[in-house]
Design a protein around this ligand. Structure first.
Ligand SMILES: Cc1cc2nc3c(=O)[nH]c(=O)nc-3n(C[C@H](O)[C@H](O)[C@H](O)COP(=O)(O)OP(=O)(O)OC[C@H]3O[C@@H](n4cnc5c(N)ncnc54)[C@H](O)[C@@H]3O)c2cc1C
Length: 437
């Protein structure tokens, strides 16, 4: 695929100066995200080589870009930090990729209303560091916090640490400024924001600013519990929900995940790991739940939580193991070192069918299946699964199909795919509902 025409390139240069790229190598680099698309899948995904990449630094530049694109009939694809992995940032052949990573500032803190306003690609970790200086923190964040941005999470949709109390990110966004495809700027809030901007993968416009709710920073308690099987874990989660324990975050992993982490090879020669040799605590290979809440809530939670865990055969693995798992919460894909590739799949299921879904995944996916789960407000459970594999092998194509099997299992139990992106665009009905599609 050739780059954009000379006329388009020159028009882009008038807006962006030297922040326009049309050489083949850069266009190729902007035609990937963090995932690996198997060779057999490529022909059925409408993605190709970008025609150009530009790097806006202001809303005015985004407006100029979209006016130009509309006038010259050029497709534009917004790209944050490209960590979403399901093809949301992949351009169709010849499209202009708008690399929004240059717009990453934290703009304003509103103490009275407990909100923060940021540019679209402000990175979660940077935002949280800034908030901490004022005794504040994020209500929720994804496990990609060190490397992903705010608008990407709104546009891709999703749950993270803190979703037990605060739900999905979109439920915490007050407003977003969006440049629409013709170049008009509109501020979205409330149900319009949830309907047209959230989960839309950037197809309804380019977000240039967003304001969302934050909370007070408090010392936090972390627990790590082991359960004999998936059913006991699911029953514990149901009881926690029924008892309305004011927890902040509840996540879990499966035995395969614990077992594979123990086999992780040491990264010889890696300067950080050589200086800080990493020792995994001896965790049991069972279902593990990680629970977090502010220390101030201990009197309401501690005894009741302990009792619920005990009733369902759970064991508290102690503070040292809990702190270790908590510290490792931003490294879910370190298991890639075993792969060397990972086939990802992600679904949302109702809590009441969690045990059945996990049993069926175990029975039908006859490969090591690393599973991380998040319990979100409203008893929705997000299941993120990885199958370690090797993208150089033909069998990688077949393993990729298993991600669709997991989505099928979820749907049979009242669930859906997690998000769309080009890979799962056919799941848009189940993710967004027919009206929003
Ligand atoms: C290790 C790891 C852990 C993760 N953990 C979680 C998790 O816990 N929960 C979760 O939900 N997800 C998770 N993700 C997925 C991903 O990190 C999040 O969705 C993230 O917030 C995306 O941010 P990004 O800046 O990388 O967006 P990108 O991947 O760049 O973009 C995502 C989508 O948003 C659109 N977009 C980006 N910027 C804009 C903009 N300015 N305007 C309009 N549309 C835009 C893109 O077109 C694309 O469709 C994880 C990913 C990895 C690799």
């Amino acid at each position: 695929m050739a780059p954009v025409s000379q006329h388009v390139r020159e028009s882009l240069q008038e807006i962006f100066g030297d922040r326009v790229r049309t050489d083949r190598v850069e266009r190729k680099m902007y035609s990937f995200d963090i995932g690996t698309m198997p060779r057999l899948v490529k022909p059925v995904v409408p993605a190709g080589l970008a025609g150009a990449a530009v790097r806006p630094q202001s809303e005015a530049e985004v407006v100029a870009l979209l006016e130009l694109a509309s006038r010259l009939s050029v497709a534009v694809v917004p790209r944050g930090w490209a960590t979403s992995g399901y093809g949301g940032v992949l351009p169709r052949a010849g499209a202009v990729v708008a690399d929004m990573s240059g717009m990453n500032r934290i703009l304003a803190l509103d103490h009275a209303n407990m909100t923060v306003t940021v540019e679209p690609s402000a990175i979660w970790q940077d935002i949280d560091r800034e908030l901490a200086k004022d005794g504040l923190t994020l209500r929720l964040y994804p496990s990609s916090t060190p490397s992903s941005g705010a608008a990407g999470w709104l546009a891709q949709g999703g749950a993270g640490f803190g979703s037990f109390e605060y739900g999905t990110f979109k439920e915490n966004v007050v407003s977003a400024r969006v440049v629409l495809p013709g170049g008009q700027v509109r501020e979205f809030a409330g149900s319009d924001l949830e309907r047209y901007v959230a989960d839309a993968e950037g197809i309804t416009g380019v977000i240039t600013q967003l304001t969302f709710r934050i909370r007070a920073l408090e010392p936090e308690v972390h627990h790590l519990f082991a359960f004999p099987d998936a059913r006991s874990l699911a029953m514990m989660l149901a009881d926690v929900s029924r008892a309305e324990l004011p927890l902040w975050s509840v996540t879990f992993l499966n035995p395969a995940s614990v077992s594979l982490k123990k086999q992780l090879p040491h990264r010889h020669g890696h300067p950080y790991e050589e200086a800080h040799p990493h020792v995994e605590p001896q965790l049991p290979e069972s279902y593990l739940a990680v629970v977090a809440y502010p220390e101030s809530r201990m009197p309401e939670i501690d005894e009741r939580l302990e009792e619920i865990v005990r009733i369902h055969g759970g064991i508290d693995l102690g503070p040292e193991a809990a702190e270790h798992e908590w510290e490792m919460r931003f490294s879910p894909i370190r298991l890639k070192r075993i792969g060397p590739s990972l086939v990802p799949t992600e679904v949302v299921v109702p809590l009441e069918s969690l045990a059945d879904v996990l049993a069926e995944i175990d029975a039908r996916i006859r490969q090591p299946f690393i599973l991380e789960g998040m319990h979100a407000k409203g008893d929705r459970i997000v299941l993120l699964g990885f199958i370690p594999h090797d993208e150089r092998l033909f069998a990688f194509n077949l393993a990729f199909a298993l991600s669709l099997s997991v989505i099928r299992i979820a749907k049979q139990h009242g669930g859906s795919a997690y998000s769309t992106g080009l890979y799962f665009r056919r799941e848009a009905q189940s993710v967004l509902g027919p009206e929003r599609v």
